[in-house]
Write a protein that binds this ligand. Structure first.
Ligand SMILES: Cc1ncc(C[n+]2csc(CCOP(=O)(O)OP(=O)(O)O)c2C)c(N)n1
Length: 280
């Protein structure tokens, strides 16, 4: 491997720092929600810790500060968390975020690959894992050690294309592909467990498709870190991350309308208060 490349795998995880960062990201998303009429808050809060651990711990960086590994947000409507992390890292600017979903702004409600820091255009659910599979295969063909990380929703497993990608990634033994399923049990406005009971159990199902699979708490970065570090390898890996849609603000948690609604002034202030008093 190229010796000039910093292959810093951050094996240690500062859990308190991660909690502080995630509270900050949630606050920033709430602030942005006051600039626009609708914003996918709950989907972003559901995968805040997942996205944080990927950007701030698991993905390796090059010496120039850019990422060596690739992040692909398949559940495109969760992109607010990606935007605020990219803002913190200086890849996107404050004015980019202030112009979110406004005329002439470059950030829309779903990620666009022409935006700095965004690897793929997503939002049409069910395509991200296929794109990640293709990208992981391309890296294999190049004999590179780049890892492809994909965050996808449980709702995306209603799409046949996700299962096709599961099968293909296993056929190709893509052990450089690690997928995090944001398993909040909501696929749109209904619970997956109500509408799709055949979806369960998830870990044996993924294993029967040839994946290494493990179920973890998707808001517990230490648990996710440990699971990835314990990866056996030789196959693609799926982390089934148990999450709460709208995590962090009591009146948003598991309440379907917060999939896309922006809080009014009172709700915004209440949300800020809850975040301010959240345990670190
Ligand atoms: C192919 C496709 N069908 C329908 C939609 C409309 N849609 C937007 S979000 C969503 C479901 C949200 O549930 P999930 O994907 O599980 O995400 P999360 O609960 O994490 O927000 C749907 C059906 C879409 N974006 N793409």
């Amino acid at each position: 491997m190229d010796a000039t490349i910093a292959t810093l795998r951050r094996n240690s995880l500062d859990v308190a720092a991660a909690r502080r960062r995630c509270l900050g990201y949630r606050r920033r998303i709430l602030d942005i929600s006051q600039q626009v009429g609708a914003l996918h808050i709950a989907p972003a809060f559901s995968c805040t810790e997942i996205t944080d651990i990927l950007y701030n711990n698991l993905m390796r960086r090059e010496t120039d500060g850019g990422y060596r590994d690739v992040f692909l947000m398949s559940k495109g409507h969760g992109c607010m968390i990606q935007y605020v992390i990219l803002e913190e890292q200086g890849v996107l600017s404050r004015s980019d975020l202030d112009a979110y979903c406004k005329p002439n702004g470059r950030l829309g409600a779903h990620p666009d690959y022409e935006t700095p820091g965004i690897a793929a255009s997503t939002g049409s659910l069910g395509h991200g894992l296929g794109m990640a599979t293709g990208q992981a295969y391309a890296e294999k063909l190049k004999n590179s050690d780049v890892l492809i990380y994909c965050v996808l929703s449980d709702g995306e497993f209603q799409e046949g294309s996700t299962w096709e990608a599961m099968m293909m990634a296993a056929n190709l033994k893509l052990d450089n592909l690690i997928a995090f399923m944001d398993f909040n049990d909501f696929g749109g406005l209904e619970r997956m467990s109500d509408g799709h009971p055949a979806f369960y159990p998830l870990v044996p199902k993924a294993e029967s498709f040839g994946w290494e699979a493990v179920e973890v708490d998707g808001h517990d970065e230490a648990a996710m870190h440990e699971a990835v570090m314990a990866r056996r390898g030789g196959r693609p890996m799926l982390l089934v991350c148990r999450t709460v849609k709208g995590k962090g603000i009591s009146f948003m948690e598991n309440v379907p309308i917060w999939h896309y609604r922006s809080p009014n002034k009172e709700e915004y202030i209440q949300g800020l208060k809850e975040l301010a008093s959240a345990p670190l």
